[in-house]
Design a protein around this ligand. Structure first.
Ligand code: UT7
Length: 332
């Protein structure tokens, strides 16, 4: 087994300036601040206004600038970029190329990784495998989405939930017993009827008909996804805890995908971890898909200490889901 681990050595994040409140959403769909707060746990979320004419790579650029303000590194030393997003600026070029060019990581190769809300933990696994191979020493994981670009503003099943944000982490090789220790990732392609966006791919390329049928928006069967999210995240967390012989008391933080506060609370309760150890920022930032977990790390970096044992877990379209067990590598 390789003795080389991939450890997070810096975190950056960025959210757009525009604050979309529950009250504003209530002006165009039949909902209320009270309902959204009670049933989802969101007070407000950030949205990239379309008139800004920019996409996810702009948020990523800002997140990397934020990372550089906290952590000294040479962009030319970054060897690979894994950009987890389901809302790239374009199909071609990929968002990884754009971000490499704009932030001076011009010696890196990279690619976009589409795993919906599980994108960040999938990207961590890919990046750590690059580093464990000993061929690469510094890999940038970028994760975020501009879900406002694919949200149907008249669908109250989705529009109160979705938001825009991006987070980044720098992963570096270490011989210390820290960083990403294990990951268990799953996929189930037999669930597409419950969570999908069919327009814009090779089956339904953009056409007048695809627009009329609202195929370029995300559709979900909220109730079904809700149940699967709880069961899948709780089970995979238990699986990774058992596999690594962890005691629950030794787990300092659980960082779950932020889709619904009730999902987060139910997962915490099922795996018997006190809610105080569970990172939550859904109230301020909503569900930015691949962006939620790195955004939690970014928000709470100051509370993290070297050696803290953490479980990250996510569930999203695909379905995709999983858990990562890591030991934090530095004191902020
Ligand atoms: O990111 C990963 C993928 N996504 C998720 O994990 C999201 C999973 N799903 C959810 O978070 C929840 O299912 C939703 C937030 C989408 C919906 O919440 P819910 O508690 O499952 O609501 P429901 O569909 O069971 O509806 C309960 C009631 C219904 O009214 P009646 O029939 O009881 O009178 C709905 O018509 O709430 C009504 N309702 C709403 N009312 C106000 C549904 N959506 C809304 C709304 N505002 N936005």
């Amino acid at each position: 087994m390789s003795k080389i681990h991939a450890v997070i050595t810096g975190v950056g994040g960025y959210v757009p300036k525009y604050v979309l409140t529950n009250d504003e959403i209530s002006t165009y769909v039949d909902t209320s601040d009270e309902w959204i707060l009670q049933r989802i746990g969101i007070r407000e979320r950030r949205i990239l206004k379309p008139e800004e004419g920019i996409g996810i790579s702009y948020l990523a650029q800002k997140a990397i600038e934020d990372l550089r303000s906290r952590k000294d590194f040479d962009p030319l030393e970054i060897e690979a970029i894994v950009f987890a997003t389901t809302t790239p600026d374009y199909v071609i070029p990929n968002a990884a190329s754009l971000i490499a060019y704009r932030t001076g990581m011009t010696n890196a190769f990279g690619f976009d990784l589409a795993a919906a809300c599980s994108g960040f933990i999938y990207a961590l696994e890919v990046a750590q495998a690059f580093i464990a191979s000993e061929k690469y020493k510094k890999v940038m994981v970028v994760a975020g989405d501009v879900l406002s670009a694919v949200t149907d503003k008249i669908d109250r099943n989705t529009c109160p939930i979705f938001s825009d944000a991006c987070g980044v982490v720098l992963l570096e090789a270490t011989e210390e017993e820290e960083g990403i220790i294990d990951a268990i990732l799953h996929m189930d392609g037999n669930s597409q009827e419950h969570l999908h966006m069919y327009g814009g791919g090779s089956v339904h390329p953009a056409s007048h008909e695809s627009i009329d049928r609202r195929l370029h928006f995300i559709h979900q069967n909220g109730k079904v996804v809700f149940k699967h999210a709880i069961t899948s995240m709780a089970n995979v967390c238990e699986e990774i805890i058992l596999k690594n012989g962890l005691k629950k008391d030794d787990i300092k933080w659980v960082v779950p995908h932020q889709a619904n506060l009730r999902i987060i609370e139910a997962v915490a309760s099922r795996i018997n971890i006190p809610i105080e150890k569970v990172m939550v920022n859904i109230d301020k930032y909503g569900n930015s898909s691949a962006g939620t977990i790195p955004l939690c790390l970014w928000n709470l970096e100051k509370d993290l200490r070297k050696g803290d044992q953490m479980i990250l877990t996510a569930f999203g379209g695909g379905y995709t889901w999983g858990a990562v067990y890591l030991k934090w590598g530095y004191n902020a």
